[in-house]
Write a protein that binds this ligand. Structure first.
Ligand SMILES: Cc1cc2nc3c(=O)[nH]c(=O)nc-3n(C[C@H](O)[C@H](O)[C@H](O)COP(=O)(O)OP(=O)(O)OC[C@H]3O[C@@H](n4cnc5c(N)ncnc54)[C@H](O)[C@@H]3O)c2cc1C
Length: 394
């Protein structure tokens, strides 16, 4: 595929720069983060090889729900999420991947005073940061979204800059666009990483010496870097999702009291959570959803969207997210020429278009995202895994 043929490059892409000219970079992991980083590095003129041990999007990205929003109370999170939404809108299209605009509602039920207060506080902070977020009570929510049960809602927030995409389609598009911009894609190639000098070792033992290695290997990032002598403060944890039959046009909704989220899906309604608050082993975790999760969650969904009460189960699955001690990701250099991007607490897809671009710029000599500096931790910190969508302050 050449640049002219490439759909993502044809849709509103910035002009190429040559900030990366002369740089040779290996990106390890072709999920949403790695594919975006590879694309942006290639556009900056770097010679990029994008490796994946399996197929493109065969990790968490291919199992993600695809929910995107800018409803973050923290200013930096909101800025990155806003950049990402804009980029989803720009890159999406009939020939690339669909990005479906859809409002995002998050709510707390009557009697859940702590979560209701947390939502009110979040909305205030979002508004202070320029994020378009509105507070509604149950009656106003009922008028706006008749599909939702609202008589038990104490308070809800609504973010308009939101929507959903198919994460695998986005990532396939960005990986193709990366090759269109000159990158080489090597799938079915599990590599090892070594430092001083930065290099990757291919399965046949050949060494690929580069100016920079970018480890975007999702839940395997920690083990991969441990083998290279680098400790990362990150823990993989298991989450679950399912698609139930049914019809819901809008909104996407996170019921904080009920502990689940849902969004419209072409085959019904996609529902998720089922978080396990303990470290999982990426090589041996159970990829199937548990029966407790599927039974419980359908009851809870029927409570929030009564029209979905009779929906049968189309499919259910599990995947791995990554947690950090402060719930902020680890993005940037960990050693000379070795970069990482992981620890997204279940919010990596929605931030990929912005994080990949920022990381590419850092590798090409620009500034990084200071607050996400991976070396802010030693790597041996003890910490609990906390659900990424919970209302804990961030
Ligand atoms: C059920 C579920 C629902 C989710 N819903 C959402 C959501 O709605 N919105 C959202 O923003 N986020 C969501 N997430 C989180 C999101 O999936 C992740 O944050 C994001 O996909 C991380 O992308 P990544 O590129 O960092 O990692 P991954 O997608 O895991 O990609 C890592 C890649 O590295 C490859 N790899 C591993 N080891 C090697 C090696 N040695 N050599 C070469 N390649 C290697 C893997 O094969 C894989 O393809 C969800 C996650 C799950 C599991």
């Amino acid at each position: 595929m050449n640049d002219a043929d490439d759909p993502a490059l044809a849709v509103g892409a910035d002009a190429f720069t040559d900030q990366g000219a002369g740089l040779e970079v290996a990106v390890v992991g072709a999920g949403a983060i790695g594919a975006t980083t590879a694309y942006d590095l290639a556009r900056e003129g770097a010679a990029v090889t994008l490796y994946d041990s399996g197929r493109v999007a065969s990790g968490a990205t291919g199992r993600a729900a695809g929910i995107c929003y800018d409803a973050f109370a923290d200013g930096l999170d909101a800025e990155l999420a806003g950049e990402a939404i804009e980029r989803f809108r720009t890159l999406s299209g009939d020939d690339t991947f669909p990005f479906v605009e859809c409002p995002y509602v998050w709510l707390a039920r009557e009697g859940d005073i702590d979560r209701a207060d947390a939502i009110r506080d979040q909305i205030q902070r979002m508004q202070d940061n320029g994020v378009i977020a509105l507070e509604m009570d149950g009656d106003a929510l009922a008028d706006r979204f008749p599909a939702l049960r609202t008589d038990d809602v104490a308070v809800a927030g609504i973010a308009g800059a939101a929507g959903y995409a198919d994460p695998a389609a986005y990532t396939a598009c960005l990986a193709a666009a990366a090759t269109g911009a000159g990158a080489t894609l090597e799938t079915d190639t599990p590599v090892d990483v070594r430092t001083d000098p930065a290099r990757v070792i291919r399965p046949d033992g050949t060494v690929h010496e580069v100016d920079a290695v970018v480890v975007t290997a999702g839940a395997r990032t920690k083990a991969l870097l441990a083998d290279a002598g680098i400790s990362l403060a990150v823990k993989p944890y298991r989450v679950q999702a399912l698609i139930a039959d049914g019809d819901l046009a809008e909104p996407m909704c996170y019921d904080a009291t009920g502990g689940f989220y849902l969004r419209p899906h072409a085959n019904g309604v996609l529902v998720g959570d089922g978080t396990e608050n303990r470290e999982a082993d990426p090589d041996s975790y159970d990829r199937n959803a548990g029966s407790t999760f599927t039974a419980d969650i359908r009851d809870r969904v029927a409570h929030r969207v009564p029209g979905l009460a009779d929906g049968g189960l189309e499919r259910a699955w599990a995947g791995l997210c990554t947690a950090t001690p402060d719930r902020d990701p680890l993005v940037g250099a960990v050693r000379d020429g070795v970069y990482v991007a992981t620890g997204f607490q279940g919010h990596g897809f929605m931030r990929a278009p912005a994080v990949g671009q920022r990381l590419a710029r850092e590798i090409c000599g620009g500034s990084g995202i200071d607050a996400f500096d991976p070396t802010r931790f030693d790597g041996d910190e003890a910490f609990d895994v906390v659900d990424g969508m919970s209302l804990n302050p961030n």
